[in-house]
Ligand binder design. Structure first.
Ligand SMILES: [Zn+2]
Length: 426
């Protein structure tokens, strides 16, 4: 079992050939090159726009207290030119902003001549050319990048982060995935065995991945079922939707803090660790270090920010006529949080603590529905307003195309059991 769980697939670049429909969603950018028509030899011959055969390139970097002027003087550049460069570069990218130890390139017309140009790369997508000839000039160049549509799938063994790494992704895509599916999946409290599939954009410069673009579609399978999100865009709407056309941006976040551990679940028959008898636990405890920010799970108005012997410092928020939430044992309230304060979803309202009856730092999160406390983790939150009727036909067409692409990717377990099946058949 352990072995099959580590199995993952990264279909990768090949997918962009198969899934033609995805190009609908590729971001348009003036710098983007979808197809490189020029031959490879021509690409190789140039560096920063200079032909390699008649230019000489050398990499330098500044020491901690070194400045570029000193280095250029030593390279034979006139003091006059350096002053000019300093002056005009401040409008584009000041030569004073060169970071110590960050490499830059001096370009010469031949090995022994003084530098013709300095090239500095403030980020992966930009390089700046400072020409040092009779006329001092500066040019900022946006690099061409290529957007490829890729896919990945994985299974969680210990954390979503590690599962992403195994699938060849870095954790920064989790936030994008969360944006796409937050109403259905609590990405901060995933379980072993949960699986995901993802189709997304990745940006490449000269064949090297440099960044992610947008998530296009995703699926997440856990003990409550399989959840989908597809990106839909037209002149009026842009966002992630579930298969019925409800926005997947959640009306309620699944948890009031990130990166925490559920230390005690909602349980009507719990044995209380301090009072030593069965007392229902009508909330969910999230253990996290003192000071961890707690946020409101939805828009609302603070109806109480106070103290009681059991709850310690706590906040209660009214979201609408049906739902209220409560956050107990806080270390302190966030600035401005008091009765009557309007809060938005994700706004920090306080910090994790252990005030009141608590054995360690945690937030006891309580969810009220029609005046009764319920287990929010079993609650199906009211979906946000769906796409209007007249929009649905167009939505379904795009949805089906995306779903079709998503179905071509397999969850790790499906693959491994298919392998086992084929082996036992022979
Ligand atoms: Zn509790």
């Amino acid at each position: 079992m352990a072995k099959t769980e580590t199995f993952f697939i990264n279909i990768g670049i090949g997918v962009c050939m198969v899934l033609g429909g995805f190009f609908l969603f590729s971001k348009s950018s003036a710098n983007e090159t979808k197809t490189q028509c020029s031959s490879k030899t021509e690409v190789l011959k140039k560096k920063f726009g200079f032909t390699q055969s008649d230019h000489h390139f050398e990499t330098y970097s500044l020491g901690i207290n070194q400045n570029l002027g000193d280095l250029l003087i030593w390279q034979g550049v006139q003091w006059d030119s350096i002053l000019k460069l300093d002056k005009i570069s401040s409008d584009i990218f000041s030569i004073r902003k060169f970071r110590a130890k960050k490499p830059f390139t001096l370009v010469r017309k031949d090995e022994c001549s003084k530098p013709h140009c300095i090239v500095y790369e403030p980020n992966k997508f930009t390089f700046i050319k400072y020409y040092l000839d009779d006329k001092v000039e500066i040019e900022a160049v946006q690099r061409d990048y290529e957007v490829k549509i890729e896919s990945a799938s994985g299974i969680i063994e210990s954390s979503l982060w590690l599962a992403m790494n195994k699938a060849g992704l870095d954790g920064s895509i989790i936030d994008k995935m969360e944006d796409a599916m937050a109403s259905n999946v609590d990405f901060y409290h995933t379980q072993k065995g949960d699986m995901f599939k993802l189709i997304f954009e990745r940006k490449y410069i000269e064949g090297k991945p440099v960044d992610y673009g947008e998530v296009i579609s995703g699926a997440f399978k856990n003990d409550s079922g399989e959840h989908f999100a597809v990106f839909y865009e037209n002149e009026k709407y842009a966002g992630f939707y579930d298969l019925e056309g409800h926005p997947t941006k959640s009306t309620f976040l699944r948890a009031p803090l990130k990166y925490s551990r559920i230390s005690s679940s909602f349980n009507r028959r719990r044995f209380h660790p301090i009072k030593k008898r069965t007392i229902p636990h009508l909330g969910t405890d999230y253990a996290a270090p003192t000071g961890t920010p707690i946020f409101s799970v939805a828009d609302g108005v603070v109806v109480r920010a106070g103290y009681s012997k059991n709850n310690g410092k706590y906040v209660k928020i009214k979201h609408d006529d049906v739902y209220q939430t409560q956050y107990l044992h806080m270390h302190r309230f966030a600035k401005g949080i008091k009765k009557g304060t309007r809060v938005t979803q994700g706004q920090v309202i306080g910090q994790v603590g252990q005030t009141g009856l608590a054995t360690g730092p945690h937030v006891c999160f309580r969810f009220w529905k029609h005046g009764r406390q319920v287990n929010h983790r079993r609650e199906n939150f009211p979906p946000a307003d769906p796409l209007p009727e007249e929009e649905l036909e167009a939505f379904f067409i795009q949805r089906d195309s995306l779903l079709n692409d998503l179905n071509k990717i397999h969850y790790p377990i499906e693959i491994s059991s298919a392998l086992v099946a084929s082996q036992t058949n022979t």
